[in-house]
Each structure stands twice: as C-alpha cells, then as structure tokens.
Design a protein around this ligand. Structure first.
Ligand code: ATP
Ligand code: MG
Length: 236
C-alpha cells in the first residue's frame, strides 16, 4: 500500500542551536515533504540562516535531530559530508563566488569535486550557463559582473550537480525586480522538475509571488507554519 503522505525529505526534531548563551534556534521541530516549495521567513535575527546552515552542516545542532534525505546529521562522520553536499544546491546571500576564477570555473568546480568526467563537466556547465543566460560571460571574472549576473552564476553553480534539495538564503535580497524575477523563475523551474526548495527571505512580496508553504521564525522559535501561501490575483 502507498503511504498517505510522501515521506519527509527534511526533518527537524526539537533542534536547538546556541551561540554562547543565546539560542539562535530554540527547540524547532518541522517536516518538509519531498518536492515541497517552502519559504522560511521572520525578522532579522530570527534564525533563518542558522536553520539553513544546520541543513548543509555549516553548523551542528547543540540538541535535537536533523535528518536530510535519510541522513542523520548529528551522527554523520566528517568523510560523509561530501555525500550530503552533493544532494544539496546552496545559494548564499553574498553569492560566495571565487573572485579569481572565471564564471565557467566557478560552476565547473562543483562537478570536479564530485569526480564527474571531464567531457561531462563541459556539457553540464555549458548547459546550465545557457539556462541562466550567462553563456556569453563564461570567461568573465565575478568582480566584473553586476549583482544580478553574479546571482545567476550562483544559481547555476547550485543547480549544475542536479541536487535533490535547493537551499537559498535571500536569493533576491540585493537584486532589482527584473533580476529577482529571473532568479525566482529558475528556482521555480527546479521545483517543477521535482526538486525540493527552501528559500529564506523576509520579503513578503516574494512570498506572495509563489504558492508555497511558509515557515515563520521569531527569536529562534517556530511561531507558525502556513500550509500554502495564496499568490493572489496576478495583476496585484
Ligand atoms: N556566528 C555567530 N556568532 C554569534 N551569534 C550569531 C552568529 N550567527 C548568528 N548569530 C545570532 O543568531 C541569531 C540568528 O541569526 P541568523 O543569522 O540565523 O538570523 P536570520 O534570521 O538569518 O537574520 P537576517 O534576516 O538578518 O539574515 C541572531 O541573533 C544572530 O545575532
Ligand atoms: Mg540570514
């Protein structure tokens, strides 16, 4: 018999993360089913970035359980971290592109680290750069690109390894509305191909633009989970 609900691809059970005595996340429990589109929202300092970091083992929880795609992160050996990271695409708020490497090399590094054969790397990188409209700038260095262009390269790098889960921290935070629309379109298409998406943002306009679940944090506590936001009339 099929289960009534798809199994959760991300599960947190009473997760607490402290910085000194301050709790950046306080006993947070939640489940995210595979192929969900989820916004994580809340005011500055609410714990949004901390939550994403716990999912890619940028940080470890002090208490509780974090399970991502069947992997129990509290008990994971260091040498298995690359296995976790290959299942994740991560878009950082400040892009984190390598300034001295070309656009092409920044994206190719992900596949090189995964041991992808040379020819498949070229095909994969060229394809994803076309998708984000950056193929003509493949030899450019990141500092010579606009913020929107750098963010598109960051999206290409997150998607090139065909991850199962995309984690995006304020992916449109520093973009104009046209570039923000391009980036959200790329994220939406990843979701339509079957991917699971978590976007941390405090931009309520962005949240209303996509029908998605909304997880609301305040002061490190989960205050609300809304099943699905209403995108409302499209001409609003
Ligand atoms: N490296 C750190 N050292 C000490 N405290 C930290 C550190 N990183 C985060 N914090 C604190 O933990 C809390 C949660 O921070 P976090 O970055 O997760 O918030 P956020 O919701 O992402 O905020 P923003 O919207 O400003 O990005 C904040 O009070 C912050 O000051
Ligand atoms: Mg943050």
């Amino acid at each position: 018999m099929q289960p009534a609900h798809p199994p959760a691809i991300i599960r947190l059970y009473r997760v607490t993360r402290r910085y000194g005595v301050q709790k950046a996340l306080d006993a947070v429990s939640l489940e995210i089913p595979a192929n969900a589109f989820v916004f994580v929202t809340g005011p500055s300092g609410a714990g949004k970035t901390t939550l994403l970091k716990l999912l890619y083992l940028g940080l470890k929880a002090n208490e509780g359980q974090v399970i991502v795609d069947g992997m129990n992160l509290a008990r994971m050996d260091r040498h298995r971290i690359p296995i976790l990271r290959r299942r994740l695409g991560i878009i950082f708020q400040d892009y984190k592109l390598i300034a001295t490497r070309s656009v092409y090399e920044n994206v190719a590094l992900v596949l090189e680290a995964a041991g992808t054969p040379h020819r498949a790397i070229a095909a994969g990188v060229n394809s994803v750069l076309r998708t984000v409209g950056m193929e003509k700038r493949r030899d450019a260095l990141p500092p010579s690109l606009s913020g929107g262009e750098q963010q598109r390269v960051a999206v290409a790098r997150a998607l090139v390894g065909e991850p199962r889960i995309l984690l995006a921290d304020e992916p449109t935070g520093s973009l104009d509305s046209v570039s923000a629309g391009v980036v959200m379109d790329l994220i939406t298409r990843f979701h339509q191909r079957g991917g699971t998406v978590l976007v941390a943002t405090h931009d309520q306009h962005l949240i209303r633009s996509v029908p998605a679940r909304v997880i609301h944090l305040e002061g490190g506590k989960l205050v609300e989970i809304l099943p699905c936001s209403d995108p409302g009339p499209l001409d609003r």
